[in-house]
Design a protein around this ligand. Structure first.
Ligand code: PAF
Length: 287
């Protein structure tokens, strides 16, 4: 597997593949790869002739006081894991390659409305940074498809919406969350947890399971959200939000909506953890 850090080198390589008629898959990441990322690469390999993974800790999506400086950077190990998985090319640009004129004043891509809720409410500007860098990566690689994890449910919806709104001609593939044996969703930020916090962390998944089951059984979503937030606090996790939403647009559900998703973000020590579960509410329960 080749590793490239510069845009002209990337464009040359991709031009050769495109001239050969090869189908190109993209897996954007911020590195510190775990089994969840490798599952994205494998899914891309099943659907494309050549797979490009990117590792770039994108400063635009971190707010002041967030973990930009401490975010784990493990490029050599990431490259090793990607090569073992069969990835063809790693693109790991420098910040100056991606933002040669600096971060401030850079053109932004933003999906209005959806960017400001849930994670966007407590991380202003976060999703603008995500959609901006993903749009840049789509333009640089011009992939036939790109693969993202459903753990970042809101991010995935925003990227789908951006690609549709801007007529980007690629398939966006979403893959189920990969979990540790105790249910904790895999995340690079799990590494921030102390041993005690790590033991508490699966309460996030368990609480979402209970919330999804309650809503599927016909519980009032608002009351069920309150119960879930209380259960998280009892387990030692500080909820940022716990919410029942529609899968299609993350709007609060109307009584007739059946395809729902429960989402939560919690603070646990230094870590901010997110997770979600889709559920189907029977039409009868939906009223
Ligand atoms: O999900 C992530 O790791 C990042 O938000 C992404 C999509 C690579 C953009 O920086």
């Amino acid at each position: 597997m080749e590793t490239l850090h510069d845009i002209p080198g990337l464009r040359d390589k991709l031009a050769q593949w495109r001239a050969a008629g090869l189908r190109i898959g993209l897996v954007p990441t911020m590195g510190n790869l775990h089994a969840g990322h490798i599952a994205l690469v494998r899914a891309a390999l099943e659907r494309a002739d050549r797979v490009v993974a990117t590792v770039f800790v994108n400063p635009l999506q971190f707010g002041p006081g967030e973990d930009l400086d401490s975010y784990p950077r493990t490029l050599d190990e990431d490259a090793r894991r990607l090569a073992v998985a069969g990835c063809h090319l790693l693109f790991a640009p420098t910040e100056s390659a991606m933002y040669p004129e600096g971060r401030a004043g850079h053109t932004a891509v933003e999906v209005p409305g959806l960017s400001a809720q849930l994670c966007g409410a407590s991380r202003p500007g976060h999703f603008r940074g995500v959609t901006t860098v993903v749009a840049k990566l789509f333009n640089l690689v011009q992939p036939d498809l790109a693969v993202f994890g459903q753990k970042d449910y809101q991010q995935l919806l925003l990227i789908r919406r951006m690609a549709a709104d801007l007529n980007m001609a690629l398939d966006i593939v979403g893959l189920p969350t990969v979990r540790e044996p105790d249910g904790l969703a895999m995340s690079s930020r799990n590494g921030y947890l102390s041993a005690t916090e790590r033991r508490r962390a699966p309460a996030l998944f368990r609480t979402l399971q209970a919330l999804a089951a309650a809503v599927a059984a016909g519980a009032d979503p608002t009351q069920a959200e309150r119960d879930a937030a209380a259960a998280l606090r009892v387990a030692g996790l500080e909820p940022d939000y716990v919410s029942v939403r529609r899968q299609a647009d993350l709007a609060p559900p109307e009584p007739a909506d059946t395809e729902l998703v429960v989402l939560a973000a919690v603070k646990l020590g230094r870590a901010r953890l997110i997770d979600n579960l889709e559920l189907r509410r029977p039409a009868a329960a939906a009223g």
